[in-house]
Design a protein around this ligand. Structure first.
Ligand code: H79
Length: 447
């Protein structure tokens, strides 16, 4: 009997040890995979403020603003270059409009700004040595980038520079694709502009390249070299993905879709369908406050950012439609910002779609954004996780709840949506672990 037992242990023990060894090594491999490389750690550190910030203001302002028919007006209407160039001298700008933008951005709960230093039209808003087609030489006779940078600093907003690689004014902007000498000249111009922007204005936080037509590779653009220079001049800068290199973050445009997990992203959105000033857009085309807040929610629940655009009038003033909608956005964020700012986790795989509102999440804490208030009771189906507590996010008032089987009922609620700013009240719910809701299609879940 004992011999038999001994023999069994003798046989089984090494197998257990072996097995443990095996699981340890797989674990170790996984740990190693998860361990960030030095470069990834640096990036995570550099981008911490940006992730926490969540919400920024995009500014599209240039010669095209005078026409008010979209920033692509030169191309869309085939305006001859000589005729378009005259807009440089007719451009009149009021004193320091950037302060207005920055004040509004701050009030709206935005934490950073990105301004077009040069759009596709090729007109430079700064005092450039690379070309005299710039705001210091013509029309305004001022360095508008300097004013913008000063305003950002005054209102404690991080500073981003938009720079269009595509250039409709530079004589080599198109022929660089076909003529090697033209390409060399155009790259020297491009790199010279980018060097000036990153050398002359103190600390810059974001470099936001746009359209890289007509060259079709990062090699042709010398993007690696250019971005190495940018990082040498601005060690903490965050660079977008539009110089044909992935760099620090992705830039979905006019739609909100999360990038693959682990990849930072920022959705850039127009307010009314045009980036440049568009006085012809009817009021209905401007995103209402609730829509802006929904965009903020969408990016938060996907771990991304929102860069919402304003196209100022030619003199630099903010269109009243933007102010009217953004002031309540800021008021709302002042009440419910905790559901937005800071490290939010992705909600995919946690929650299902719901008719009364959607979610954001931080770890085990879920925020239900109730945009359709049903009255004194809210019923949520399919939760597999135990709810520990529920309360109103703005005033901390506790909410009674009952969780039985497949139903979670929030009870004793007010009859009407308690949020007076945008009719979107946020309920904070703390679960025992990361929440999991599963509903399937009918009353049965097919596994
Ligand atoms: O600045 C705003 C827009 O004017 C700009 N990006 C935002 C932030 C933008 N311009 N164009 N696009 C976005 C769409 C891209 C069009 C292009 Fe093409 C496709 C450029 C290059 C390939 C078609 C072919 C138009 C030019 C060449």
């Amino acid at each position: 009997m004992y011999t038999y037992l001994f023999a069994m242990i003798w046989l089984i023990f090494p197998a257990i040890v072996q097995r443990q060894k095996h699981t340890q090594t797989t674990k170790e491999i996984e740990m190693a995979k998860k361990k960030l490389t030095k470069a990834e750690q640096d990036r995570a550190q550099r981008m911490q403020w940006w992730h926490d910030a969540r919400f920024g203001m995009f500014i599209h302002w240039g010669l095209y603003s005078q026409l008010g028919r979209h920033e692509w007006v030169m191309n869309r209407e085939r305006i001859p270059l000589k005729e378009y160039e005259q807009l440089a001298d007719s451009w009149q700008v009021k004193p320091r409009p950037a302060r207005e933008w920055a004040r509004l951005a701050k009030k709206a709960g935005m934490k950073y700004m990105v301004m077009t230093t040069k759009h596709h039209e090729g007109f430079c808003l700064w005092d450039s040595q690379m070309t005299d087609y710039n705001a210091a030489q013509h029309g305004p006779k001022r360095d508008l980038v300097r004013e913008y940078v000063d305003a950002c600093r005054e209102f404690d907003l991080k500073i981003g520079f938009y720079y269009s690689l595509m250039d409709w004014h530079h004589p080599d902007g198109a022929r660089c694709a076909k003529d090697e000498k033209a390409r060399r000249r155009f790259l020297d111009f491009t790199q010279g502009c980018v060097r000036e922007l990153n050398s002359n204005y103190g600390k810059i936080d974001i470099m936001w390249y746009d359209v890289s037509w007509p060259l079709s590779s990062p090699e042709a653009w010398e993007s690696r070299k250019m971005n190495r220079m940018v990082r040498r001049l601005q060690p903490d800068i965050i660079i977008n993905n539009r110089s044909q290199l992935p760099e620090d973050f992705g830039t979905p445009e006019e739609h909100i879709r999360a990038e693959d997990a682990g990849r930072a992203w920022e959705a850039c959105m127009t307010f009314n369908g045009s980036w440049g000033y568009m006085p012809y857009a009817p009021a209905e085309e401007w995103h209402p406050t609730r829509k802006v807040l929904d965009m903020v929610r969408q990016v938060s629940s996907g771990g991304g950012n929102l860069l919402l655009n304003i196209g100022p009038a030619p003199d630099g003033s903010v269109p009243p439609e933007a102010t009217e909608r953004l002031i309540p956005v800021g008021k709302w964020l002042a009440k419910y910002g905790e559901a937005v700012y800071g490290q939010t986790d992705r909600t995919d795989g946690c929650f299902e779609w719901g008719p009364l509102g959607q979610w954001t999440r931080k770890g085990k804490t879920a925020y239900l954004w109730v945009s359709r208030w049903p009255g004194e009771e809210i019923v949520l189906g399919g939760f597999r996780t135990k709810l520990r507590s529920a309360k109103f996010l703005d005033n901390g008032q506790a909410i009674k709840f009952e969780q039985k089987g497949q139903q979670l009922k929030l009870q004793g609620l007010p009859k009407k949506n308690p949020d007076r700013v945008a009719q979107i009240a946020v309920i904070e719910m703390e679960f025992a672990s990361v929440p999991k809701q599963q509903l399937g299609a009918g009353c049965v879940l097919l596994k």
